[in-house]
Ligand binder design. Structure first.
Ligand code: Q46
Ligand code: ZN
Length: 314
């Protein structure tokens, strides 16, 4: 197996590109894919302050590294979710990475700052932990970015993640979510721009990037991931990809180019009239935002019933 670019011995093959690469050409391929995603979707403009959501896993650490390689200065944000040893280990990987490279890592601990953690929230809401966890992450990324004056929040969602989310939304015809599924969500009053610079790179490529660059990442899966329906969707897409290389990328990029536009109206309508949450100021269509509703349930605070309207997990 030879490298497509330099004809040297290849270390990885990527079937959807019908190509194999040596180490250096593969790293260059990753940088090019991120650069192209940023340019095609106008994710970052010069002078932007970027905050990377860092979990300690392969995707977020590779993203932080790739942005630096492209001379995009970015700080990191790590959220302590309180998921036992898994969170302890994740935090250690994120901190070690930041210290070794002299980067700023902002840390927010859910339990210390808000009085609950993901397992407690899951028990209080009697729903799969990923609902409460995802909701908390979305809220806190935005909240910290707003408070600290960042222009964009970069997350490590890769091609496999995004294709799985898309399949899930299509299977249930979640038209509002379909309208909002994009590699970049522009800023709006109360919302910092969200960007996904890894959408052109797959899960296997991100793991290879970390191994080849010596990034020490959290390999263990989150113990609360059972019941996360994305895992099943990924398996379905992997089976399709196995039969037909490039199927995932065609599915996702075809949607961005020709599908999403059909759902924009629904997405806008679902957003309705946003107003500030009386407790935290975040934009919400309910009387109390979903995060504050979750926090109150998880901490057992006595909130009047009429304020507990925001659906948890939206
Ligand atoms: S951390 Fe949180 Fe993930 Fe664990 S509880 Fe689910 S969403 S699986 S990326
Ligand atoms: Zn709120």
């Amino acid at each position: 197996m030879k490298c497509r670019r330099c004809r040297g011995p290849a270390v990885i093959d990527i079937r959807r590109h019908n190509a194999a690469f040596c180490r250096d050409c593969f790293l260059r391929h990753c940088r090019e894919q991120v650069k192209r995603a940023i340019k095609d979707h106008e994710m970052i403009v010069p002078g932007d302050r970027v905050l990377v959501a860092v979990s300690g896993g392969k995707d977020s650490l590779a993203l932080w590294d790739l942005l630096a390689e492209l001379e995009i200065e970015a700080d990191g944000l790590y959220l302590g979710l309180g998921i036992g040893d898994y969170s302890d280990e994740s935090g250690r990987h994120a901190r070690d990475f930041a210290v070794a490279r002299g980067r700023r890592l902002i840390e927010v601990d859910l339990r210390e700052e808000y009085g609950f953690d993901v397992p407690v929230a899951a028990a209080a809401t009697r729903r799969a932990p990923c609902g409460a966890c995802g909701l908390s992450k979305r809220h806190l990324f935005n909240d910290v970015a707003l408070r600290e004056g960042y222009d964009a929040i970069a997350t490590g969602h890769n091609l496999d993640d995004e294709a799985a989310v898309l399949l899930g939304n299509v299977l249930r015809w979640e038209t509002g979510y379909l309208g909002r599924q994009a590699p970049v969500l522009p800023n709006a009053p109360g919302f910092v721009r969200k960007i996904k610079p890894l959408v052109r790179l797959g899960e296997r490529e991100m793991a290879a990037y970390c191994v080849l660059t010596g990034i020490d990442y959290q390999v263990d899966e989150c113990p609360m991931a059972q019941g996360n329906r994305h895992l099943g969707l990924k398996e379905v897409l992997d089976a399709l990809e196995e039969r037909s290389a490039g199927a995932k990328a065609a599915f996702l990029f075809g949607f961005y180019d020709r599908g999403r536009e059909h759902f924009l109206e629904e997405a806008a309508a679902e957003r309705g009239d946003l107003r500030p949450c009386p407790e935290c100021g975040s934009p919400t269509t309910s009387e109390l935002c979903a995060f504050c509703t979750l926090r109150d349930r998880a901490t057992g605070e006595n909130v009047p019933v009429h304020l507990r309207r925001a659906p948890v997990g939206d």
